[in-house]
Design a protein around this ligand. Structure first.
Ligand code: MN
Length: 301
């Protein structure tokens, strides 16, 4: 079995090597991981510049560090190694429970594998620090992989989260309870106001979910799917809210730009408030900040 190991914490993260070592009990392992931390980049891919990589020895594994995102790493790794059987991503330093699935780079690597038709498994834990903490997880990671890599497992995409010292393993569903997208302001040494965007669950855990399993000290294993279609909403909309095709001709006959027309004019932003400091510095604070307006003028047809 050929196993590609990636992460979003960067190629030198200790969790990456631990996962590679556990994975080597199941097959041949290669590591392809970002050269710097890419946590919370989600499923971004690098489309505006070329990607490159450098060979990097990690423990006794052949590794490559990529100047790109976790999803980029999987694309390159699968491109350069034929017949990859599974992609493992992690072990992330930080949990990926509930809504974190939306912005997790760890999950994105596993998702990218699934998009290529390769089994993808994301693994995350609370922020572990000591080698002993990682050693405690090794047998649990191996136990999870024995099930998830078996032929009987139909799921192509799985999200695994480890508590620090588990007492068992549970199949779970993703918690989708509302969470609070909290913005915390601060001040940079330069005086400029900056912000941290952090997500905090608003409600308690519901039984059977990934957050519940973690709270109960179980390893959480959630099978995921790539199809995000809301089937109920789709059926309801198709039956009760059909789109009116009669609107389409009006859109199609909108005037089109021609090469003889003058170019668009985009005016420079203008401050609509006079609250800027006398020095013209850019240290405005949130509610006091001037509002900028910009106007785009289109040529008359
Ligand atoms: Mn991370």
């Amino acid at each position: 079995m050929r196993i590609l190991v990636a992460n979003d914490d960067g190629v030198f993260s200790p969790g990456l090597q631990v996962l590679a070592e556990v994975a080597s009990g199941f097959g041949e392992v290669r590591i392809v991981a970002p050269d710097v931390e890419q946590s919370s980049v989600g499923h971004a891919i690098t489309a505006s510049r070329p990607l490159s990589y450098r060979p990097t020895r990690i423990g006794h594994f052949n590794g490559w560090r990529v100047n790109g995102t976790p999803a980029d790493c999987i694309a390159l790794g699968i491109h350069h190694w034929s017949h990859v059987d599974a992609v493992l991503s992690g072990i992330n330093q930080g949990l990926n429970l509930g809504n974190a699935i939306w912005h997790s780079g760890t999950l994105a690597a596993a998702k990218q594998a699934a998009l290529f038709g390769v089994r993808g498994i994301a693994m995350s834990a609370g922020a572990l620090e000591t080698a002993e903490e990682y050693d405690l997880l090794r047998p649990w990671a191996a136990a999870v992989l024995r099930t998830l890599l078996s032929k009987q497992n139909e799921s192509r995409l799985n999200n695994v989260n480890f508590p620090a010292n588990p007492r068992g393993i549970r199949w779970t569903r993703q918690s989708v309870r509302q969470y609070d997208g909290k913005v915390v302001p601060g001040t940079a040494p330069s005086g400029r106001v900056h912000f941290w965007f952090t997500a905090v669950p608003l409600e308690g855990v519901e039984a059977g979910t990934d957050r519940w399993a973690f709270a109960e000290n179980y390893v959480s294993v959630t099978p995921l799917r790539l199809d995000l279609t809301d089937e109920r909403a789709l059926a309801h909309a198709q039956a009760g809210l059909p789109f009116d095709d009669a609107q389409i001709p009006r859109i199609a006959t909108a005037p089109s730009a021609s090469s003889t027309e003058p170019e668009d004019v985009i005016e420079a932003p203008v401050a609509s408030s006079s609250r800027r400091s006398a020095e013209g510095s850019d240290t405005e604070t949130g509610p006091e900040a001037p509002r900028f307006t910009s106007t785009i003028k289109f040529p008359r047809s």
